[in-house]
Design a protein around this ligand. Structure first.
Ligand code: GCU
Length: 401
């Protein structure tokens, strides 16, 4: 009897313990059949419930409302260009058997000379006029991209041969990708600390906003470089840096085109599908990417006032390219495509078209209109195949025959 009681007590305690474990567990769904019923919010309804009537109302009023929702509730606000920003070309050399010029430019963020990050540029050497550019952050360091070119993340020769230039800066030189990166000394080179600690004018801004801010600082420089056609700069990013590219393109309309490669949750993927990575998971693993306001949406995607097709639509009327990979289920390829699809009503205000109505098969890029999408066979990555599609698209847009 005593034994049975003891046993019951232990079982009870055990299930209580397991219960609390289960409560903490974040469930990840990969089954389309288990996607909750959801309704996508309409980007063309003002906060006051009225309908956006035309392109002017979108550009002058609704766009700002949406930008504020993402700034307030997800990424934090992106501050303006800092006073005293200036640039210095550190090095310039001919590379790839005369195909390109490699240039390293230091972006000083103020007059002290203490806060800076470096941009690595490749420009076609024999261009007869200023060139269109791709601009994006990299994961491992500027120098590492030189080794990654063969592995196709940064296929410099391919880009140069197509007549484009490309500029990149190291993500961590702008803002380290660590949970503690808000903590830092006031006086430091950004390379060693993080821009949020130094330039904390955005209030509670996450690393994604800091990276977006860095991308705009690269564009500030590109606008001063005579070899560059600054009216044709495409912001591009892969994965977490694809989230940053979308957010940079939303905030800074000087970017002429926006490319998101496998950007997934809080990038291009529709959140209300709650498939693959979800809000609870991303905000638990990477809280430093977001404003703290975002915490309240853990396990509550449907409460978020927007969804990611609104973020995609903030690129309008500029060309937007979203891409996914078949095996990248964590990023929800279908959800990324749906964001491209549902951005269409905003593009339509400008007489522009989005993607076709059917989810395309792998290696069948849908890029004949202003919003483009492709699905590549394979893993979470940005490859030469992806770059080739982006180049084709950009060639059509920037250099019409
Ligand atoms: C993780 C993260 C994603 C992110 C990715 C990346 O997988 O969960 O949200 O996009 O890293 O940046 O590679």
């Amino acid at each position: 009897m005593v034994r049975t009681l003891k046993c019951m007590l232990l079982t009870g305690l055990f299930s209580l313990f397991m219960g609390s474990l289960v409560a903490q567990e974040i469930v990840i769904n990969y089954d389309e059949a288990k996607i909750p019923a959801y309704e996508l919010p309409d980007p063309l309804i003002f906060n006051n419930g009225k309908k956006v009537a035309n392109a002017d109302e979108w550009t002058e009023k609704r766009r700002a409302e949406i930008l504020e929702i993402f700034a307030q509730e997800m990424y934090g606000h992106v501050p303006a260009r800092p006073d005293g920003q200036h640039f210095k070309v550190l090095r310039e050399e001919t590379v790839y058997e005369g195909l390109g010029i490699r240039k390293v430019v230091r972006i000083f963020l103020d007059e002290t000379g203490k806060h800076w990050f470096d941009v690595l540029m490749h420009l076609p050497k024999h261009a007869s006029k200023p060139v269109p550019m791709f601009a994006g952050l990299n994961f491992k360091s500027n120098d590492a991209t030189l080794d990654e070119r063969a592995g196709s993340r940064w296929p410099y020769e391919l880009i140069l041969k197509a007549g484009f230039g490309v500029a990149t800066a190291w993500r961590d030189a702008v803002e380290p990708d660590g949970k503690d990166s808000m903590i830092g000394e006031a006086d430091f080179a950004c390379k060693d600390g993080g821009v949020r600690a130094w330039y904390n004018q955005g209030g509670d801004w996450g690393a994604i906003s800091a990276w977006a801010w860095g991308l705009s600082r690269i564009l500030d420089y590109l606008q001063t470089d005579k070899a560059v056609d600054a009216s044709k700069v495409t912001v591009i990013g892969h994965s977490r840096l694809g989230k940053a590219a979308l957010w940079a393109g939303a905030n800074d309309t000087r970017f002429a085109m926006v490319i998101s490669n496998c950007s997934g949750c809080c990038g291009a993927a529709i959140s209300r599908r709650v498939i693959g990575e979800n809000f609870a998971r991303i905000d638990t693993s990477f809280p430093h990417w977001f404003t703290r306001e975002f915490d309240k949406y853990k396990n509550k995607e449907a409460n978020f006032p927007a969804d990611q097709h609104w973020l995609a639509a903030l690129a309008a009327p500029r060309p937007l390219y979203i891409a996914s990979a078949t095996e990248d289920l964590w990023a929800d390829p279908k959800g990324e495509w749906l964001a491209a699809l549902h951005a269409a009503p905003v593009y339509a205000l400008f007489g522009k078209k989005g993607v076709k109505a059917n989810f395309p098969a792998p290696e069948c890029p849908d890029f004949s209109e202003t919003v483009a999408y492709h699905l590549r066979t394979g893993k979470h990555d940005i490859t030469a195949y992806d770059w080739q599609q982006y180049i084709h698209f950009a060639q059509r847009i920037y250099q019409p025959k």
